[in-house]
Design a protein around this ligand. Structure first.
Ligand code: SF4
Ligand code: SF4
Length: 345
């Protein structure tokens, strides 16, 4: 496909959600949306963004471009970004769950599903931003009357855009800001002809962002290895016994931080509740209970970890004292070795 020099981003925030993904994205710095739109990043096409939260226009003036694209009046290539869970508009006799703008002729609301039906087949690529749009999220919890689902459940997992790109899922509740911009930038490079097809995993997530577990990037991992577990939320130690699902959840937030490299759930005291996973939230509830699998893994590591911690304290005690020849003659220094029982929780 020919290299694209100019592309639009049509961003629908009208799924069921909290609009937190748009807000989160504005905190990105790697790159910032401002830099992409200002054209300061070499090699990217010229980009125009249509997002109802960030637009100067509103009402019919803002909606006009969506109508033009859906009607084929505007033919500029575009990336469709969907934010929020996709409801099932077929599961009731009347009314609607989610809508975006009005039909200019009838004045009736246009459902979000109608927009997806009209725009997705025309899009150069389709992106689901945040856990609601990717897998349904909180709105798709068992018993929810909306019948909400993720975009790939709605369009079909085998959906391909005009450029033959699968749906790109960037989960997170909300999406990690730089994960979104990182992925968008990749797609823009692909559109410009300078990157191969975006590599996605089985759940349609970018492989380079979701290839490792939270645990594998967590600042507290060494406490886990030493079987040094927090008993409450006021501890710098491993939080697995107070509800952290990090060992099995695919997410790079502890490595990447939240904004500007700072934060990242378990690094700053928040247990991982698995928000990037297709099974979220039902399979991770009740939050704050010890995950069932943690009983076995922490029991298995208890003997090794406790012994290693004791040996390290012993070695640390001898290393934490100046060598004899650097001390005043005759000075006696008490051992600092604390052993296994160092009073920690
Ligand atoms: S806090 Fe969670 S992610 Fe971090 S080491 Fe403990 S179990 Fe792993
Ligand atoms: S660390 Fe866990 S709770 Fe935090 S963003 Fe990643 S998956 Fe969600």
């Amino acid at each position: 496909m020919a290299a694209i020099e100019e592309i639009e981003i049509l961003w629908i925030t009208a799924g069921l959600g909290c609009d937190g993904d748009t807000i989160a994205m504005t905190g990105a710095s790697n790159p910032a949306i401002e830099d992409v739109l200002a054209g300061t990043i070499p090699g990217l096409p010229k980009v125009r963004l249509y997002n109802p939260f960030l637009a100067y226009e509103n009402g019919g003036e803002f909606m006009q471009h969506f109508h033009d694209v859906a009607d084929g009046v505007s033919t500029t290539p575009f990336i469709l970004v969907v934010e929020g869970s996709v409801p099932n508009e077929e599961n009731k006799a009347e009314g609607y769950w989610a809508a975006f703008g009005q039909d200019p002729v009838t004045g009736e609301p246009i459902t979000t599903c109608t927009w997806i039906d009209r725009l997705a087949p025309r899009a150069w690529a389709v992106v689901a931003a945040g856990t609601c749009a990717t897998y349904g999220g909180i709105h798709a919890m068992d018993g929810n009357p909306t019948g909400c689902m993720g975009l790939a459940d709605y369009l079909g997992k085998d959906f391909r855009s005009r450029a033959l790109v699968p749906i790109v899922n960037i989960p997170g509740c909300p999406v990690q800001p730089d994960n979104f911009m990182d992925t968008l930038t990749y797609l823009l490079r692909q559109a410009a002809g300078s990157a191969p097809m975006i590599p996605l995993d089985e759940s349609l997530r970018p492989q380079w962002l979701f290839g490792f577990t939270v645990h594998e990037g967590c600042d507290r991992g060494s406490f886990y290895e030493q079987a040094d577990f927090a008993a409450d939320y006021n501890s710098p130690r491993c939080q697995v016994k107070v509800g952290c699902w990090g060992p099995v959840v695919l997410c790079n937030v502890p490595k990447r931080g939240w904004m500007g490299g700072i934060g990242g759930c378990p690094n700053v005291g928040g247990i991982c509740i698995g928000c990037t996973m297709p099974g979220y939230p039902d399979k991770f509830m009740p939050h704050m209970d010890e995950p069932p699998g943690a009983y076995m893994s922490t029991a298995a590591i208890a003997t090794y970890g406790t012994m290693v911690r004791a040996l390290r304290r012993f070695t640390q005690g001898s290393m934490d004292i100046e060598p004899e020849w650097r001390r005043p003659a005759g000075e006696v220094v008490a051992s600092k070795t604390q052993g296994a029982d160092d009073g920690r929780d």
